[in-house]
Design a protein around this ligand. Structure first.
Ligand SMILES: [Zn+2]
Length: 219
């Protein structure tokens, strides 16, 4: 593997301070990358040692009461019970945990939406505003429409691969693009390229002209 998530994201992940979309992408990369797994284990060890050294802060009565009141609250509603999914061979091969359980269905059964003739996507319902989290499928051998980023984008390859000006990305690799990069990824021939992409929400233009521009800015 050549391309990893950033050191900063590994540290945030180890400290438990990464946002949910970033955590999902980092955790899925870790499933495929022993090198980054070892780094996270190191950070967790360092973090644990620092916690053990620090003095516990005294809880004020008010803070203590607030904590106790929380414990008395009813637990949040659990998601509706879904029958266990039997994942097919393709889904198990392409989607590592925790992403597989997060999506909760076979790849072929997921609600893919056609964006262009060569690109399909599924928007993941992650309730963390400021991010878009999508599964992308680029047809084998096809180029993605040229696009710039309204924010930074991390793209983790799960199947197939793609190339752009910055290199070739295969399964497990993470491409990191900032808002200045204009790139036209081209999927490898032979197998559709499936990726998990986490993007900082792009600037949304409003008004009739802005809405039309937004249509073109999405990719
Ligand atoms: Zn890595």
């Amino acid at each position: 593997m050549m391309f990893h998530v950033s050191e900063e994201h590994l540290m945030d992940y180890a400290a438990g301070t990464a946002s949910e979309p970033v955590s999902l992408l980092v955790a899925t990369h870790l499933a495929l990358c022993p090198e980054c797994r070892a780094r996270v284990a190191d950070y967790e060890r360092i973090g644990g040692a620092m916690l053990a050294d620090s003095q516990p802060a005294d809880l004020t009565d008010a803070a203590l009461n607030a904590v106790l009141a929380r414990l008395d609250e009813e637990p949040a509603d659990l998601p509706a019970h879904k029958p266990a999914v039997r994942y097919d061979e393709q889904t198990r091969r392409i989607l590592p945990e925790p992403l597989r359980s997060y999506l909760g269905d076979n790849l072929s059964a997921l609600p893919w939406r056609n964006v262009t003739r060569s690109l399909q996507e599924i928007e993941l319902p992650i309730g963390d505003s400021g991010y878009r989290t999508r599964l992308l499928r680029i047809k084998a051998g096809q180029a993605m429409p040229e696009h710039t980023h309204g924010g930074s984008e991390m793209t983790l390859v799960l199947a197939g691969g793609f190339s752009d000006d910055t290199g070739h990305y295969g399964r497990g690799d993470v491409s990191i693009a900032d808002d200045e990069l204009v790139h036209t990824p081209v999927a490898d021939a032979g197998e559709d390229c499936i990726c998990l992409a986490v993007t900082d929400a792009p600037l949304k233009l409003t008004g009739p002209v802005g809405r039309i521009i937004n249509l073109f800015m999405r990719y």
